[in-house]
Design a protein around this ligand. Structure first.
Ligand SMILES: *Cc1c(COP(=O)(O)O)cnc(C)c1O
Length: 404
């Protein structure tokens, strides 16, 4: 579908003919190592969107990307990876509790939704090398999606201490991995230089407007299942604030054209030690970055969330909520979820389940809840192993001698 860009801060609009990253005016206030300024929204002609959306949502059937692709800014459908991104199962855990299982994406995280769209746009714009800075899942996801598209090369700038499992994924998918000495910010700066100097397409989260847009796809899948009997509350783990903004954007698209009749309450779930967005929202909007942020949930460990301005704006506009949970409660939630549902999540994803538990203690009214489970537990077995003890080897004969 045809689209244009709109700055999320000054609201200026720009044609979608050329690739654009951030608003030229607002981004001039950008400081290194801070939130991204002037993040762009992808916008459509509202009448065209409405008629396409009405048509699409009148059909039942598979909830994969190809069902909804006309509601996305893709030019060439042939540029879209055929891997099965999205189409995620929704499991009913009890009368009023549902989980949205995004652990089964091709690279095992929600990030595949953004990588699918950014990779397609790189090819639409005729670029054949993508660069990204990431601490783990975004880069392993991009490597996965790019490997499925012939001729698309990717260069990944990761901080030297990025998790081993995620770097291994990147290498197995055949990406060029640069382990940058220093932090995520150093990796981010290198990726920007490579974009400026060599013309590579940049997939950095928030900086590339198609990351928020790609991450809206789960909103369509959720609406497609619940229609106008939506969950009252949706629990989302928050790091940079792109997933939560994407879900809001997708639901808002439908709200604006009268297909969705009410915005659910979205609850931003963060770790106590890394809670810039939750704190800013509680404070009324003022964002204070936290150079000392720390949590074992590596995918939501962020000192300066790149999309904090947009995320906090959405929470304010639609009266969302936020909760903070301890690392211990994240690990307990991870184990409880796995042993009671068959869904094994990484700590960042379990943060949303822990957030739901904490929210329920304070608001125990009968409401329908949905939790987004965004990443697979096998990506970080060290954290999971803190919760269990490895059985000692024993001979079969000795085991049989133990009473029943
Ligand atoms: C990236 C990530 C998040 C947080 O998403 P943001 O867009 O950074 O807020 C949550 N869970 C997992 C598994 C992730 O990889």
């Amino acid at each position: 579908m045809n689209f244009y860009y709109e700055c999320s801060e000054c609201k200026k609009t720009f044609s979608g003919d050329e690739m654009m990253y951030v608003c030229p005016d607002c981004s001039s206030e950008q400081k290194p190592g801070c939130e991204t300024r002037g993040v762009l929204f992808i916008r459509y002609d509202i009448e065209e969107f409405k008629s396409k959306a009405k048509n699409i949502f009148s059909n039942k059937g598979n909830r994969d990307f190809f069902k909804y692709y006309e509601l996305f800014p893709v030019k060439e459908i042939d540029n879209v990876s055929r891997l099965d991104v999205g189409n995620s199962p929704i499991h009913k855990l009890s009368e009023d509790l549902y989980i949205f299982d995004d652990t089964r994406n091709p690279s095992c995280s929600y990030k595949d939704r953004a990588s699918l769209l950014t990779a397609a746009k790189a090819l639409d714009y005729g670029v054949n090398t993508i660069v990204a800075a990431s601490t783990g899942n975004a880069a392993s996801s991009l490597a996965c999606i790019a490997s499925s598209l012939r001729g698309l090369k990717c260069i990944l700038c990761v901080p030297e201490n990025a998790p081993q499992a995620k770097i291994t994924q990147m290498l197995m998918f055949g990406a060029d991995v640069v382990r940058v000495k220093g932090t995520y910010d150093d990796a981010f700066e290198l990726s920007l230089r490579l974009t400026e100097e060599r013309g590579y397409f940049n997939r950095n989260t928030a900086y590339n407007p198609f990351t928020v847009e790609g991450k809206k796809s789960s909103a369509y899948e959720i609406f497609d299942v619940f229609r106008n009997d939506m969950p009252d509350n949706i629990f989302i783990p928050v790091g940079d604030g792109v997933i939560i903004s994407g879900v809001y954007k997708g639901l808002e698209d439908l709200l604006k054209v009268g297909i969705l009749n009410k915005m659910p309450k979205i609850v931003a779930c963060q770790a106590e030690g890394s809670s810039v967005i939750a704190d800013a929202y509680k404070r009324g909007g003022e964002i204070v970055n936290d150079p000392k942020a720390s949590t074992l949930a590596d995918s939501i460990l962020v000192q300066a969330p790149r999309n904090s301005i947009m995320a906090v704006d959405f929470l304010k506009r639609y009266n969302g909520d936020s909760v903070k949970v301890s690392d211990k409660s994240i690990l307990d939630a991870m184990q409880e979820l796995a042993s009671s549902s068959g869904v094994f999540s990484e700590p960042a994803a379990a943060c949303a389940y822990a957030g739901w538990k904490s929210f329920k203690k304070k608001n125990n009214s009968k409401q329908k809840d949905l939790i987004l489970i965004t990443g697979n537990g096998l990506k970080d077995i060290q954290s999971a192993q803190k919760q269990v003890s490895m059985p000692q080897p024993i001979s079969a004969m000795d085991y049989l001698k133990i009473g029943k």
